[in-house]
Write a protein that binds this ligand. Structure first.
Ligand SMILES: [Cu+2]
Length: 263
């Protein structure tokens, strides 16, 4: 009884304590919120079932427990009862399967992606042992399938604008990895040989986890990057700064100091 009560109490307080989902307790993306709602639905179904089973068990123990000297009845079971407890869970599973279809489609079916976002992926993210390599198109350009001379590169720090859906193209250079943004409830395997578009929307400016969720070798633990979510203007400024630092030949600095570049 103590175990059952403690379990129910922990269901009830878990969301408020942040024990249930990666911090913050609520997803930072609208789709993540819908995914959380599916988890809550399942928690309610399993919670009610758990409480019902424990209550029935407690009742039986109390009713037929010690001191009862009656002889037990031998039975082969009840056909009706078995049909009921097969059909009810099957019905519940069917309901969950149908109920989650729309969320799954929004999450994974390419034709449901935001057309603007899929036409202009913000970056290509390549997982490799043991880091995330990120390739952005030059500011104002569209990401091409093959690397371009003016592409911009970073490692382990994916920047993305907030408040609108964005797409990244996910690749793997060696083994299976998984692109995981826990606060956004986004998880997608990176598969060698495939280019997988992944969309997400982050509604909150900040630095969020980007981790590998597939044991990919001895250095798996090192694949800890971050998603830097920033306002659109800041994101564009970031790309321009990245471009300046990547293509800097020192001439600009020399000119700023008033000396001819060739001296
Ligand atoms: Cu990995």
């Amino acid at each position: 009884m103590v175990g059952a009560v403690a379990a129910v109490a922990s269901f009830a307080v878990a969301p408020a304590m942040g024990w249930w989902f990666p911090h913050p307790g609520q997803s930072l993306s609208p789709l993540g919120q819908q995914i959380d709602d599916l988890f809550y639905l399942i928690l309610v179904i399993t919670g009610v079932t758990f409480v019902g089973v424990q209550a029935a068990l407690g009742y039986i123990l109390w009713k037929y427990g010690g001191g009862n000297r009656e002889k037990g009845i031998f039975t082969h079971g009840s056909h009706t009862l078995e049909v009921v407890w097969s059909i009810v869970p099957a019905g519940i599973l069917l309901f969950i399967a149908l109920y989650q279809m729309d969320v799954w489609a929004r999450y994974r079916v390419k034709s449901r992606f935001d057309p603007q976002a899929i036409a202009h992926p913000i970056a290509e993210v390549t997982a490799r042992q043991f880091e995330w390599r990120i390739r952005y198109p030059a500011p104002g350009k569209t990401l091409q399938d093959t690397p371009q001379f003016d592409d911009l590169y970073t490692v382990n720090d994916l920047h993305a604008p907030t408040g609108r859906p964005v797409v990244i193209r996910l690749k793997s250079e060696d083994v299976l990895h998984a692109f995981y943004l826990p606060q956004l409830r986004v998880k997608q395997d990176a598969v060698p040989g495939l280019v997988i578009p992944v969309w997400f929307q982050c509604d909150k400016v900040g630095e969020w986890d980007l981790v590998c969720a597939e044991l990919c070798g001895w250095g798996h633990y090192k694949m800890r990057g971050q998603l830097t979510a920033q306002r659109d203007g800041d994101f564009q400024r970031y790309l321009i700064e990245l471009q300046q630092s990547q293509f800097d030949d020192g001439v600009r600095v020399a000119n700023a100091e008033g000396k001819p570049a060739d001296e």
